[in-house]
Design a protein around this ligand. Structure first.
Ligand SMILES: *Cc1c(COP(=O)(O)O)cnc(C)c1O
Length: 374
Protein backbone atom coordinates (compact mmCIF):
# COMPACT_ATOMS: atom_id res chain seq x y z
CA UNK A 1 0.00 0.00 0.00
CA UNK A 2 2.81 2.45 0.79
CA UNK A 3 4.19 2.04 -2.75
CA UNK A 4 0.74 2.76 -4.20
CA UNK A 5 0.22 5.73 -1.91
CA UNK A 6 3.59 7.19 -2.91
CA UNK A 7 2.70 6.74 -6.60
CA UNK A 8 -0.77 8.24 -6.12
CA UNK A 9 0.70 11.34 -4.45
CA UNK A 10 3.39 11.80 -7.12
CA UNK A 11 0.86 11.30 -9.90
CA UNK A 12 -1.52 13.82 -8.34
CA UNK A 13 1.28 16.39 -8.06
CA UNK A 14 2.38 15.79 -11.67
CA UNK A 15 -1.22 16.20 -12.88
CA UNK A 16 -1.36 19.63 -11.27
CA UNK A 17 1.98 20.72 -12.74
CA UNK A 18 1.79 22.38 -16.18
CA UNK A 19 5.54 21.76 -16.71
CA UNK A 20 4.91 18.00 -16.53
CA UNK A 21 2.23 18.19 -19.23
CA UNK A 22 4.24 20.45 -21.49
CA UNK A 23 7.11 17.95 -21.48
CA UNK A 24 4.63 15.11 -22.12
CA UNK A 25 3.06 17.04 -25.01
CA UNK A 26 6.46 17.88 -26.51
CA UNK A 27 7.62 14.24 -26.49
CA UNK A 28 4.25 13.09 -27.84
CA UNK A 29 4.71 15.50 -30.71
CA UNK A 30 8.40 15.34 -31.60
CA UNK A 31 9.30 11.84 -30.47
CA UNK A 32 6.13 9.77 -30.87
CA UNK A 33 4.53 11.59 -33.82
CA UNK A 34 1.37 13.20 -32.42
CA UNK A 35 -1.20 14.35 -33.30
CA UNK A 36 -2.07 11.26 -35.34
CA UNK A 37 -4.30 11.81 -38.39
CA UNK A 38 -8.04 11.21 -38.41
CA UNK A 39 -8.40 9.63 -41.84
CA UNK A 40 -11.67 9.36 -43.77
CA UNK A 41 -11.58 5.78 -45.06
CA UNK A 42 -13.66 6.12 -48.22
CA UNK A 43 -12.91 2.66 -49.56
CA UNK A 44 -13.84 0.96 -46.30
CA UNK A 45 -16.96 3.15 -45.95
CA UNK A 46 -18.09 2.28 -49.48
CA UNK A 47 -17.69 -1.42 -48.71
CA UNK A 48 -19.73 -1.05 -45.50
CA UNK A 49 -22.45 0.82 -47.39
CA UNK A 50 -23.71 3.18 -44.69
CA UNK A 51 -22.03 5.57 -42.26
CA UNK A 52 -18.71 7.26 -43.05
CA UNK A 53 -15.84 5.50 -41.29
CA UNK A 54 -12.91 7.52 -39.95
CA UNK A 55 -9.69 5.92 -38.70
CA UNK A 56 -7.75 7.38 -35.77
CA UNK A 57 -4.25 6.49 -36.94
CA UNK A 58 -2.46 5.37 -33.76
CA UNK A 59 -0.74 2.83 -36.01
CA UNK A 60 1.47 5.66 -37.32
CA UNK A 61 3.10 6.33 -33.94
CA UNK A 62 6.72 5.50 -33.09
CA UNK A 63 6.91 1.78 -32.13
CA UNK A 64 3.68 1.18 -34.05
CA UNK A 65 0.89 1.46 -31.49
CA UNK A 66 -0.81 3.61 -28.85
CA UNK A 67 1.26 2.00 -26.06
CA UNK A 68 3.98 4.65 -26.46
CA UNK A 69 1.60 7.35 -25.06
CA UNK A 70 1.36 5.62 -21.69
CA UNK A 71 5.02 4.59 -21.64
CA UNK A 72 6.09 8.21 -22.15
CA UNK A 73 3.72 9.50 -19.45
CA UNK A 74 4.76 6.98 -16.80
CA UNK A 75 8.43 7.24 -17.84
CA UNK A 76 8.37 10.98 -17.17
CA UNK A 77 6.57 10.38 -13.88
CA UNK A 78 9.16 7.79 -12.79
CA UNK A 79 11.97 10.24 -13.54
CA UNK A 80 10.15 12.94 -11.59
CA UNK A 81 9.92 10.53 -8.65
CA UNK A 82 13.68 9.96 -8.82
CA UNK A 83 13.34 6.25 -9.73
CA UNK A 84 16.45 4.82 -11.39
CA UNK A 85 14.89 1.58 -12.54
CA UNK A 86 11.69 0.67 -14.39
CA UNK A 87 10.12 -2.79 -14.44
CA UNK A 88 7.29 -3.84 -16.75
CA UNK A 89 5.38 -6.90 -17.92
CA UNK A 90 4.87 -7.82 -21.51
CA UNK A 91 2.86 -10.44 -23.36
CA UNK A 92 3.76 -10.48 -27.02
CA UNK A 93 6.37 -7.81 -26.42
CA UNK A 94 4.62 -4.68 -27.70
CA UNK A 95 4.47 -3.00 -24.30
CA UNK A 96 7.98 -4.25 -23.48
CA UNK A 97 9.33 -2.59 -26.62
CA UNK A 98 7.51 0.69 -25.85
CA UNK A 99 8.92 0.71 -22.30
CA UNK A 100 12.45 -0.22 -23.42
CA UNK A 101 12.24 2.61 -25.97
CA UNK A 102 11.25 5.20 -23.37
CA UNK A 103 13.90 3.93 -20.92
CA UNK A 104 16.58 4.33 -23.62
CA UNK A 105 15.29 7.86 -24.25
CA UNK A 106 15.21 8.83 -20.55
CA UNK A 107 18.36 6.82 -19.63
CA UNK A 108 16.70 4.69 -16.97
CA UNK A 109 17.53 1.03 -16.26
CA UNK A 110 14.86 -1.27 -17.72
CA UNK A 111 13.79 -4.79 -16.72
CA UNK A 112 11.03 -6.56 -18.69
CA UNK A 113 9.25 -9.67 -17.39
CA UNK A 114 7.93 -11.97 -20.10
CA UNK A 115 6.50 -15.50 -19.89
CA UNK A 116 9.08 -17.96 -21.23
CA UNK A 117 6.47 -19.31 -23.63
CA UNK A 118 6.15 -15.77 -25.03
CA UNK A 119 9.96 -15.29 -25.11
CA UNK A 120 10.10 -18.30 -27.42
CA UNK A 121 7.19 -17.19 -29.64
CA UNK A 122 8.20 -13.52 -29.92
CA UNK A 123 11.96 -13.70 -30.39
CA UNK A 124 12.16 -10.61 -32.62
CA UNK A 125 10.59 -8.40 -29.92
CA UNK A 126 12.99 -9.89 -27.35
CA UNK A 127 15.85 -8.89 -29.68
CA UNK A 128 14.40 -5.37 -30.05
CA UNK A 129 14.18 -4.90 -26.27
CA UNK A 130 17.78 -6.07 -25.86
CA UNK A 131 18.98 -3.71 -28.60
CA UNK A 132 17.32 -0.90 -26.65
CA UNK A 133 19.31 -1.87 -23.57
CA UNK A 134 16.62 -3.69 -21.57
CA UNK A 135 17.13 -6.82 -19.53
CA UNK A 136 14.50 -9.45 -20.43
CA UNK A 137 13.59 -11.87 -17.59
CA UNK A 138 11.75 -15.04 -18.69
CA UNK A 139 8.97 -16.13 -16.28
CA UNK A 140 8.41 -19.87 -15.87
CA UNK A 141 5.47 -19.91 -13.42
CA UNK A 142 1.78 -20.62 -14.17
CA UNK A 143 0.79 -20.53 -17.82
CA UNK A 144 4.14 -18.83 -18.63
CA UNK A 145 2.39 -15.94 -20.38
CA UNK A 146 1.17 -12.39 -19.72
CA UNK A 147 -0.74 -12.92 -16.44
CA UNK A 148 2.35 -14.56 -14.90
CA UNK A 149 4.62 -11.79 -16.20
CA UNK A 150 2.33 -9.24 -14.45
CA UNK A 151 2.64 -11.23 -11.19
CA UNK A 152 6.46 -11.21 -11.39
CA UNK A 153 6.73 -7.50 -12.23
CA UNK A 154 4.49 -6.59 -9.26
CA UNK A 155 6.67 -8.82 -7.02
CA UNK A 156 9.83 -7.12 -8.26
CA UNK A 157 8.29 -3.68 -7.70
CA UNK A 158 7.25 -4.25 -4.09
CA UNK A 159 10.68 -5.75 -3.34
CA UNK A 160 12.67 -2.87 -4.90
CA UNK A 161 10.16 -0.06 -4.55
CA UNK A 162 12.55 2.57 -3.24
CA UNK A 163 14.41 2.85 -6.58
CA UNK A 164 11.90 1.22 -8.93
CA UNK A 165 8.75 2.20 -10.81
CA UNK A 166 6.33 -0.41 -12.17
CA UNK A 167 5.20 0.70 -15.63
CA UNK A 168 1.94 -1.19 -16.18
CA UNK A 169 0.88 -1.38 -19.82
CA UNK A 170 -2.90 -1.16 -19.67
CA UNK A 171 -5.69 0.48 -17.69
CA UNK A 172 -5.63 -2.36 -15.13
CA UNK A 173 -3.95 -3.05 -11.78
CA UNK A 174 -4.48 -1.26 -8.45
CA UNK A 175 -5.34 2.44 -8.11
CA UNK A 176 -3.96 4.80 -9.39
CA UNK A 177 -2.94 2.74 -12.46
CA UNK A 178 -6.33 2.47 -14.24
CA UNK A 179 -6.96 6.21 -13.91
CA UNK A 180 -3.36 7.18 -14.71
CA UNK A 181 -3.10 5.01 -17.83
CA UNK A 182 -6.52 6.23 -19.03
CA UNK A 183 -5.38 9.80 -18.47
CA UNK A 184 -2.19 9.38 -20.55
CA UNK A 185 -4.17 7.64 -23.29
CA UNK A 186 -7.01 10.21 -23.39
CA UNK A 187 -4.87 12.25 -25.76
CA UNK A 188 -6.37 9.91 -28.38
CA UNK A 189 -9.96 10.92 -27.65
CA UNK A 190 -9.14 14.61 -27.16
CA UNK A 191 -7.46 14.86 -30.54
CA UNK A 192 -10.35 12.98 -32.13
CA UNK A 193 -12.92 15.30 -30.52
CA UNK A 194 -11.05 18.48 -31.56
CA UNK A 195 -10.50 17.24 -35.11
CA UNK A 196 -14.18 16.27 -35.48
CA UNK A 197 -15.30 19.71 -34.31
CA UNK A 198 -12.80 21.50 -36.55
CA UNK A 199 -13.61 19.49 -39.65
CA UNK A 200 -17.28 18.51 -39.34
CA UNK A 201 -18.50 20.96 -36.71
CA UNK A 202 -19.87 18.12 -34.62
CA UNK A 203 -18.99 15.04 -32.59
CA UNK A 204 -19.05 11.53 -34.10
CA UNK A 205 -22.21 9.44 -33.77
CA UNK A 206 -20.22 6.43 -32.69
CA UNK A 207 -16.68 5.43 -31.70
CA UNK A 208 -15.39 1.86 -31.77
CA UNK A 209 -12.24 0.44 -30.16
CA UNK A 210 -10.86 -2.99 -29.31
CA UNK A 211 -10.57 -3.95 -25.63
CA UNK A 212 -7.77 -6.05 -24.15
CA UNK A 213 -6.95 -4.50 -20.78
CA UNK A 214 -8.86 -1.53 -22.14
CA UNK A 215 -6.32 1.31 -22.47
CA UNK A 216 -6.76 2.36 -26.11
CA UNK A 217 -10.54 2.10 -25.74
CA UNK A 218 -10.72 4.12 -22.53
CA UNK A 219 -8.36 6.71 -24.01
CA UNK A 220 -10.73 7.10 -26.94
CA UNK A 221 -13.96 6.93 -24.85
CA UNK A 222 -13.15 9.27 -21.95
CA UNK A 223 -13.50 12.63 -23.70
CA UNK A 224 -16.88 11.48 -25.10
CA UNK A 225 -18.40 9.93 -21.97
CA UNK A 226 -20.34 13.05 -21.02
CA UNK A 227 -21.66 13.50 -24.56
CA UNK A 228 -24.54 11.06 -24.50
CA UNK A 229 -25.19 11.36 -28.25
CA UNK A 230 -21.91 9.54 -28.93
CA UNK A 231 -22.31 5.75 -28.88
CA UNK A 232 -19.31 3.97 -27.36
CA UNK A 233 -18.61 0.41 -28.49
CA UNK A 234 -15.81 -1.80 -27.13
CA UNK A 235 -14.87 -4.97 -29.00
CA UNK A 236 -13.37 -7.91 -27.11
CA UNK A 237 -11.79 -11.11 -28.43
CA UNK A 238 -14.18 -14.04 -28.84
CA UNK A 239 -11.18 -16.20 -29.89
CA UNK A 240 -12.34 -19.57 -31.17
CA UNK A 241 -15.90 -18.87 -29.92
CA UNK A 242 -17.60 -17.75 -26.71
CA UNK A 243 -18.97 -21.17 -25.84
CA UNK A 244 -15.65 -22.83 -25.10
CA UNK A 245 -12.85 -21.49 -22.94
CA UNK A 246 -10.70 -20.26 -25.85
CA UNK A 247 -11.59 -16.57 -25.75
CA UNK A 248 -10.68 -13.40 -23.82
CA UNK A 249 -14.09 -11.70 -23.52
CA UNK A 250 -13.93 -10.56 -19.88
CA UNK A 251 -16.79 -8.02 -20.10
CA UNK A 252 -19.06 -10.16 -22.26
CA UNK A 253 -18.50 -13.47 -20.44
CA UNK A 254 -16.67 -12.76 -17.15
CA UNK A 255 -17.96 -12.43 -13.57
CA UNK A 256 -16.96 -9.88 -10.94
CA UNK A 257 -13.68 -10.80 -9.28
CA UNK A 258 -10.31 -9.44 -8.25
CA UNK A 259 -7.21 -9.79 -10.43
CA UNK A 260 -3.89 -7.95 -10.02
CA UNK A 261 -5.40 -5.53 -7.52
CA UNK A 262 -8.48 -4.55 -9.53
CA UNK A 263 -12.11 -5.50 -8.91
CA UNK A 264 -13.67 -5.89 -12.34
CA UNK A 265 -15.06 -8.51 -14.70
CA UNK A 266 -12.72 -11.50 -14.72
CA UNK A 267 -12.69 -14.79 -16.62
CA UNK A 268 -12.63 -17.42 -13.88
CA UNK A 269 -13.78 -20.94 -13.08
CA UNK A 270 -16.42 -21.99 -10.50
CA UNK A 271 -13.85 -21.77 -7.70
CA UNK A 272 -12.68 -18.29 -8.71
CA UNK A 273 -9.42 -19.50 -10.26
CA UNK A 274 -8.32 -17.36 -13.20
CA UNK A 275 -9.29 -19.03 -16.48
CA UNK A 276 -6.86 -19.50 -19.33
CA UNK A 277 -7.61 -17.27 -22.31
CA UNK A 278 -7.02 -17.30 -26.03
CA UNK A 279 -7.06 -14.80 -28.88
CA UNK A 280 -5.33 -14.65 -32.24
CA UNK A 281 -4.44 -11.06 -31.24
CA UNK A 282 -1.69 -11.24 -28.58
CA UNK A 283 -2.63 -7.84 -27.10
CA UNK A 284 -6.20 -8.94 -26.31
CA UNK A 285 -5.20 -12.13 -24.50
CA UNK A 286 -5.79 -11.10 -20.84
CA UNK A 287 -8.40 -12.58 -18.41
CA UNK A 288 -9.33 -9.21 -16.82
CA UNK A 289 -10.25 -5.71 -17.97
CA UNK A 290 -9.97 -2.17 -16.64
CA UNK A 291 -12.55 -1.30 -13.94
CA UNK A 292 -13.78 1.83 -15.73
CA UNK A 293 -15.05 -0.36 -18.56
CA UNK A 294 -16.82 -2.59 -15.99
CA UNK A 295 -18.55 0.57 -14.75
CA UNK A 296 -19.64 1.66 -18.25
CA UNK A 297 -20.85 -1.85 -18.95
CA UNK A 298 -22.99 -1.86 -15.79
CA UNK A 299 -24.30 1.68 -16.31
CA UNK A 300 -25.01 0.98 -19.98
CA UNK A 301 -22.98 4.01 -21.12
CA UNK A 302 -20.87 1.79 -23.38
CA UNK A 303 -21.72 -1.43 -25.19
CA UNK A 304 -19.31 -4.37 -25.34
CA UNK A 305 -19.37 -7.10 -27.95
CA UNK A 306 -16.97 -9.88 -28.93
CA UNK A 307 -15.56 -10.82 -32.33
CA UNK A 308 -13.94 -14.19 -33.20
CA UNK A 309 -10.46 -14.85 -34.60
CA UNK A 310 -11.95 -15.64 -38.01
CA UNK A 311 -13.99 -12.43 -38.08
CA UNK A 312 -10.95 -10.39 -37.00
CA UNK A 313 -8.99 -11.90 -39.91
CA UNK A 314 -11.81 -10.73 -42.22
CA UNK A 315 -11.52 -7.22 -40.76
CA UNK A 316 -7.74 -7.39 -41.25
CA UNK A 317 -8.02 -8.37 -44.93
CA UNK A 318 -10.78 -5.84 -45.57
CA UNK A 319 -8.64 -2.92 -44.40
CA UNK A 320 -5.63 -4.15 -46.40
CA UNK A 321 -7.72 -4.39 -49.58
CA UNK A 322 -9.92 -1.31 -49.29
CA UNK A 323 -7.40 1.17 -47.86
CA UNK A 324 -3.86 -0.13 -48.31
CA UNK A 325 -3.42 -0.17 -44.53
CA UNK A 326 -2.21 -3.34 -42.77
CA UNK A 327 -3.70 -3.14 -39.25
CA UNK A 328 -2.65 -5.00 -36.11
CA UNK A 329 -4.89 -7.97 -35.28
CA UNK A 330 -6.24 -6.21 -32.16
CA UNK A 331 -7.96 -3.28 -33.95
CA UNK A 332 -8.95 -5.68 -36.77
CA UNK A 333 -11.60 -6.84 -34.27
CA UNK A 334 -12.91 -3.26 -34.11
CA UNK A 335 -12.79 -2.87 -37.90
CA UNK A 336 -14.89 -6.00 -38.41
CA UNK A 337 -17.58 -4.92 -35.96
CA UNK A 338 -17.61 -1.26 -37.06
CA UNK A 339 -18.27 -2.21 -40.68
CA UNK A 340 -21.38 -4.12 -39.56
CA UNK A 341 -22.64 -1.25 -37.41
CA UNK A 342 -21.95 1.26 -40.22
CA UNK A 343 -24.09 -0.76 -42.63
CA UNK A 344 -27.14 -0.14 -40.39
CA UNK A 345 -26.59 3.63 -40.17
CA UNK A 346 -27.52 6.41 -42.63
CA UNK A 347 -24.87 7.93 -44.92
CA UNK A 348 -24.66 11.17 -42.90
CA UNK A 349 -23.58 9.25 -39.80
CA UNK A 350 -19.93 9.57 -38.73
CA UNK A 351 -18.11 6.71 -37.02
CA UNK A 352 -14.55 6.63 -35.67
CA UNK A 353 -12.53 3.43 -35.39
CA UNK A 354 -9.46 3.59 -33.17
CA UNK A 355 -6.73 1.95 -35.25
CA UNK A 356 -4.59 1.17 -32.22
CA UNK A 357 -1.59 -0.34 -34.03
CA UNK A 358 -0.01 -1.49 -37.28
CA UNK A 359 0.15 -5.06 -38.45
CA UNK A 360 3.85 -5.71 -39.11
CA UNK A 361 4.15 -7.58 -35.81
CA UNK A 362 1.34 -9.97 -36.79
CA UNK A 363 2.41 -11.05 -40.28
CA UNK A 364 3.65 -14.45 -39.07
CA UNK A 365 0.39 -15.21 -37.23
CA UNK A 366 -1.73 -14.06 -40.16
CA UNK A 367 0.20 -16.03 -42.77
CA UNK A 368 -0.12 -19.19 -40.62
CA UNK A 369 -3.85 -18.61 -40.11
CA UNK A 370 -4.53 -17.99 -43.80
CA UNK A 371 -2.47 -21.06 -44.71
CA UNK A 372 -4.46 -23.21 -42.23
CA UNK A 373 -7.76 -21.81 -43.52
CA UNK A 374 -7.00 -22.82 -47.10
C1 LIG B 1 -1.64 -4.02 -26.53
C2 LIG B 1 -2.51 -3.66 -27.67
C3 LIG B 1 -3.91 -3.60 -27.54
C4 LIG B 1 -4.65 -3.99 -26.30
O1 LIG B 1 -4.39 -3.25 -25.16
P1 LIG B 1 -5.45 -2.20 -24.57
O2 LIG B 1 -4.89 -1.85 -23.26
O3 LIG B 1 -6.78 -2.89 -24.48
O4 LIG B 1 -5.49 -1.06 -25.52
C5 LIG B 1 -4.65 -3.16 -28.63
N1 LIG B 1 -4.06 -2.84 -29.80
C6 LIG B 1 -2.72 -2.91 -29.98
C7 LIG B 1 -2.14 -2.54 -31.30
C8 LIG B 1 -1.90 -3.32 -28.92
O5 LIG B 1 -0.57 -3.39 -29.11
Amino acid sequence: MSALEELDRAYGAACADPAFWSEFDLLCRDYAGRPTPLYHARGLSARAGGASLLLKREDLLHTGAHKINNALGQGLLARRMGKERIVAETGAGQHGVAVATVCALLKVKCVIYMGDEDVRRQSSNVFRMKLLGAEVCPVSSGSRTLKDAVNESIRDWVTNVRHTHLLLGSAVGPHPYPDMVANFQSVIGRETRDEMLARYGRLPDCVVACVGGGSNAIGMFRPFVEHLSVRLIGVEAAGKGLDGSSHAASLVRGRPGVLHGTKSYVLQDEAGQIASTFSIAPGLDYPGVGPEHAHYRDSGRATYVAVTDGQALEGFKLLCETEGIIPALEPSHAVYHAVHVAAELPREALMVINLSGRGDKDLGIVSEALEAGR
